[in-house]
Design a binder for this molecule. Structure first.
Ligand code: HEC
Length: 129
């Protein structure tokens, strides 16, 4: 039985070092880059504190793990409501790359074509709780 525990430990260690090989929590970009990108590209439309702090766009507090278009304090387009789904790292990645492809006719029209930058921004979004 003991070998199973050891094998599991080795697998977990391999997983951890694989994550480290990606260059740490912010992928290829330096730590903290996601916060800067968010400030420069997102914060003018999105608040991060909670009810009523959104601007042109909804507050993004706690958005990771929430259903799309689900804040009661924001009036979403029918396009984003129809796109539906849950905001995971994957769906956020697709949306941020090309919001108009994800929700045609939706109100957000800011593309983030660089995958490393998207990863950094999503890492930052995960901290908005
Ligand atoms: C010019 C204003 C503007 C900018 C800049 C902007 N957004 Fe948006 N965003 C919006 C609007 C408006 C919506 C609502 C879309 C709808 O209802 O169709 C939205 C919706 C979203 C949603 C869905 C939220 C929910 O509650 O379902 C996410 C996530 C999001 N934006 C992330 C971002 C990120 C990350 C950035 C920066 C890379 C960004 N946005 C930049 C205006 C903006």
């Amino acid at each position: 039985m003991r070998w199973k525990v050891l094998a599991f430990g080795a697998a977990a260690a391999a997983l951890l070092s694989a994550t480290a090989a990606l260059g740490g929590p912010q992928g290829d970009l330096p730590a903290g880059r996601g916060a800067v990108l968010f400030e420069n590209r997102c914060a003018r439309c999105h608040g991060v504190k909670g009810d009523g702090d959104g601007g042109l766009g909804p507050s993004l507090i706690g958005v990771l793990g929430r259903p799309a278009a689900s804040r009661a304090d924001y009036v979403y387009t029918d396009a984003l409501k129809a796109a539906g789904g849950l905001w995971t790292a994957e769906t956020l990645d697709t949306y941020l790359a090309d919001p108009q492809a994800f929700a045609p006719g939706g109100e957000m029209d800011v593309n983030s074509p660089d995958p490393a930058e998207r990863a950094a921004i999503i890492e930052h979004i995960a901290t908005l709780k």
